[in-house]
Ligand binder design. Structure first.
Ligand code: 1GP
Length: 233
């Protein structure tokens, strides 16, 4: 699955703390997206994660967990994406939680399914920013520098520009993309239209679409072909 990840261009991120009808979930899973990522910044529990995983498992597509809460890690996902927040002073979110997780559960971690994400959190008003104490008010040079720490110094396979809840600065995304050597660039945040999806797809390797699934499903579904069309052209 780690090899397939490289080819993912569009991902829907579903929040276990939000409800989604069977019909909506069916549309999301049958949309042609490359994968479903399950995760969120608050209210994620073992029970709501198991529930959503089991519903997504009725479909063929890959389902990965983005780990944000140790107690909510559930066996049975195809991959486990582990964020390391780079632009925070609070080392708890870079490796503190990770250390606790390995100490406690290391004997049962399927390392072959674990993928680290170099997270750069860039919406100062997002829950994840408040939670992690990330400094989202950094300039493009700083963002590119953090991305290179992830890519070149730490050899992380993914750099994730997380604008969660707001549409990001695409010139920054393009700049970061150019600066990377080996890491795959994920972009997430504020994709609410096909136009934005296409623009983000041209700037990053992989586009993550979250909230709009819950706010306007029809719009959410248009983002899939918008992303794929950019790649074809
Ligand atoms: C959130 O990056 C994702 O973690 C997607 O952001 O919810 O704003 O689409 P949105």
């Amino acid at each position: 699955m780690k090899e397939q990840l490289r080819a993912w261009r569009h991902v829907f991120k579903l929040d276990p703390d939000k409800s989604i009808s069977d019909e909506a979930l069916d549309a999301v899973c049958m949309s042609g997206t490359d994968a479903i990522m399950i995760g969120g910044s608050s209210g994620v529990t073992y029970d709501n994660t198991v529930d959503l995983l089991s519903r997504v498992r009725r479909y063929e597509l890959p389902c990965v967990q983005e780990v944000s809460e140790l107690e909510a890690v559930v066996p049975g996902f195809d991959l486990y994406m582990v964020p390391m927040v780079l632009n925070t002073q609070d080392s708890n979110w870079i490796m503190g939680q990770h250390r606790v997780g390995i100490e406690r559960f290391g004997y049962m971690i399927p390392w072959e399914l674990v993928v680290a994400e170099g997270y750069i959190v860039l919406n100062e008003h997002a829950t994840v920013t408040k939670l992690t104490g990330a400094d989202a008010r950094i300039d493009t040079d700083a963002v590119a520098a953090y991305a290179q720490i992830a890519d070149r110094l730490m050899s992380l396979p993914i750099v994730y520009l997380e604008y969660s809840g707001t549409y990001g600065d695409m010139s920054t995304v393009r700049r970061v993309h150019r600066s990377l050597d080996q890491a795959q660039l994920f972009y997430g945040g504020g994709i609410t239209t096909a136009e934005r999806a296409a623009e983000a797809a041209a700037a990053a390797d992989t586009v993550v679409v979250g909230n709009i699934v819950y706010d306007d499903l029809e719009q959410a579904l248009t983002t899939v072909s918008a992303v794929k069309d950019v790649l074809r052209s």
